[in-house]
Design a protein around this ligand. Structure first.
Ligand SMILES: [Fe+2]
Ligand SMILES: [Fe+2]
Length: 216
């Protein structure tokens, strides 16, 4: 990557972190330090997954990484935007991207990827791009990572039967996803299936082990 591209990406990361710092200092939101930390680390992993997928799919690497960095920026506000958070993030990103010297075309490309990452809807007209498919895939790959699996089950480890029931239910969902092609790029699908296989294997072990907890 060109040094100017790396510099722009660093400025984008600083922009996101400044927004996080401002909200965190204000203590407005019901967020804990963990929530801010999780969101930022998730963002960084999405950037790396996005880069990996963009390289394999021949997409624009800088535009993909820029959109990944900004995709959840509105989550650092003291407002909860729900399913709007992609479109709000794109609106926050747009004027800042202009100051970095991106062309109007590049600004639109980045903002479109950010806007549609939640529910495929943008609030401006733009054709679907390979970069927008990749940002959505990268986000979903991280949402099904090993760490998210731990987070999902962390409050249930002391209630064994509830935990096993939860694992069985989760397995049904994961196996359904595994049988479908739900990612938008072949590389995204491969990475997503790797996550699913890990989660399925782990949860199947958990359920299998539970069959051993019988009285002799
Ligand atoms: Fe998001
Ligand atoms: Fe995300």
């Amino acid at each position: 990557m060109q040094p100017e591209a790396t510099e722009r990406l660093q400025k984008i990361a600083e922009f996101v972190l400044a927004r996080r710092a401002k909200t965190e200092a204000g203590h407005h939101k019901e967020y804990t330090a963990f929530d801010y930390d999780y969101r930022w680390r998730h963002t960084l992993r999405v950037v790396q997954y996005g880069k990996q997928i963009a390289e394999a799919e021949g997409a624009d690497i800088e535009l993909t990484m820029a959109a990944c960095l900004l995709h959840d920026i509105s989550k650092f506000d003291d407002v909860e935007y729900g399913r709007e958070h992609g479109r709000v993030s794109a609106r926050i990103a747009r004027p800042f991207l202009v100051t970095l010297g991106y062309t109007p075309e590049h600004v639109n490309n980045i903002c479109f990827s950010i806007a549609v990452h939640v529910d495929d809807k943008a609030d401006f007209e733009y054709p679907i791009t390979i970069e927008s498919k990749i940002v959505s895939d990268a986000d979903n790959v991280d949402r099904f990572g090993a760490y998210r699996l731990l987070l999902q089950f962390k409050d249930h480890t002391e209630k064994y039967e509830t935990l096993v029931e939860k694992a069985k239910n989760r397995l049904l969902t994961l196996k359904k996803y595994r049988s479908e092609n739900i990612m938008e790029t072949p590389t995204g699908e491969r990475l997503f299936n790797r996550q699913l296989d890990l989660q399925i294997s782990f949860l199947e072990h958990l359920v299998e082990d539970s069959k051993l907890t019988v009285e002799v």
